[in-house]
Design a protein around this ligand. Structure first.
Ligand code: SF4
Length: 373
């Protein structure tokens, strides 16, 4: 299947399909005047870089409004490099995996500090920036400069695994999958080909029910010929995702202000603000969890009142249940023993702090409770 003639056919049929069926309206894949770039013509690397980092954990449809807002606030490298971290996190709010925002910010400062033409033209140059792995670097080089680098995101892994009916999970055979992606890549039109491959994965060769009837590669596809394409990519046996219950206190003082703290810089949600709390211990009542956590992390004593809301939130590596109670502050000046800083704020000021997605529903519940008296 991967002899030169078949490869030419694969490239030709995919690109022909893409011309009429591809996603051609992606803003960072076009010039500012809306025109499509010709072969070899560069695009704005800044917009491509921002988009690729946003797309690392998030779907295109979700990314698009964030990308437009981001580019309106930080239209170029320098404006991002001099921005405050607070403004950067505010713009990212709701997109999740906030470390990505801080890495973009740090990467912009790194590129500006290097001086000269800031934009790398090599995989190594991009991978020297925080949070950029090989596939993201290759995708940026291919999209921005039309350079012939193969990509290997989840969509591409799935399409390639089916094309050859690969018997192993891609994660265990990454070197082979990189080789496959490089072998099928059209060296004369790498930007168009990589985008076509991603569009095929996103719109036709979908995870559960691939639309083989409309696929340009149906005649070459080993998984289709085998009669059960959804069986590929072969999966590893799954391990259960850990589950934790988190007790959270919305602590109010006598003036109706609420207490929030800013997380330490490390981790997925570093630098964001949140309502204090922590993990429930085995056999511990949730009220006791909240009192203990507030004592350990803020050195305050509270009475734990009624439940405000319970909500579930799933990350890729764990599931959390937040049990949130209203609390009344009794004693102790709040200390940031496990955070960067703590602050008493009026409820209407909460909107000007960047919070993790799970906290937005807590804030909405608090406002509803206040409005209800
Ligand atoms: S024929 Fe089906 S399984 Fe094969 S690449 Fe196309 S959509 Fe995917």
């Amino acid at each position: 299947m991967l002899d030169p003639a078949s490869l030419e056919l694969l490239r030709h049929t995919l690109l022909a399909w893409w011309e009429s069926n591809g996603r051609h309206d992606i803003p960072w894949k076009r010039h500012p005047d809306g025109s499509r770039p010709g072969a070899g013509e560069p695009l704005d690397p800044f917009g491509v870089w921002v988009a690729e980092v946003m797309l690392q954990q998030t779907q295109l449809a979700v990314v698009l409004p964030y990308w437009y807002r981001w580019m309106a606030a930080f239209p170029d490298l320098r404006s991002l490099a001099v921005a405050s971290e607070h403004d950067v996190l505010m713009l990212w709010q709701g997109l999740g995996y906030y470390a990505r925002a801080r890495r973009l910010h740090g990467g912009a400062q790194q590129l500006v500090a290097a001086g000269g033409d800031p934009w790398p033209r090599t995989l190594e140059g991009w991978m020297a920036l925080p949070g950029i792995g090989r596939s993201t670097a290759a995708s940026i080089l291919s999209s921005a400069f039309d350079l012939a680098h193969p990509i290997l995101d989840g969509n591409v892994q799935r399409v390639l695994a089916r094309l050859v009916a690969h018997p192993e999970p891609p994660k265990r055979q990454l070197a082979q999958f990189w080789w496959l992606s490089e072998t099928v890549l059209d060296p004369h039109q790498p930007r168009a080909f990589n985008q076509a491959l991603m569009d095929l994965g996103a719109g036709v060769c979908t995870p559960r029910q691939p639309c083989c009837g409309t696929c340009p590669w149906r005649g070459h596809c080993a998984a289709y010929a085998a009669g059960d394409p959804a069986r590929f990519p072969v999966k590893d046996t799954t391990t259960p995702i850990p589950f934790q219950v988190i007790g959270v206190g919305v602590v109010r003082d006598g003036d109706g202000r609420v207490l929030i703290d800013q997380r330490l810089q490390e981790g997925l949600l570093g630098g964001l603000w949140e309502f204090p709390g922590g993990k429930q211990e085995p056999d511990e009542a949730i009220e006791a969890t909240i009192q203990r956590e507030l004592r350990e992390e803020l050195a305050i004593e509270v009475t734990v009142g009624e439940e405000l809301i319970t909500l579930e939130h799933a990350y890729s590596h764990k599931r959390l249940r937040f049990v949130v109670h209203l609390c009344q502050w009794l004693a102790g000046e709040p200390q940031p023993l496990a955070s960067q800083q703590v602050r008493w704020v009026a409820p209407e000021e909460l909107a000007s702090y960047p919070f993790p997605a799970a906290n937005a529903r807590i804030i909405a519940a608090l406002h509803a409770r206040i409005a209800a008296g």
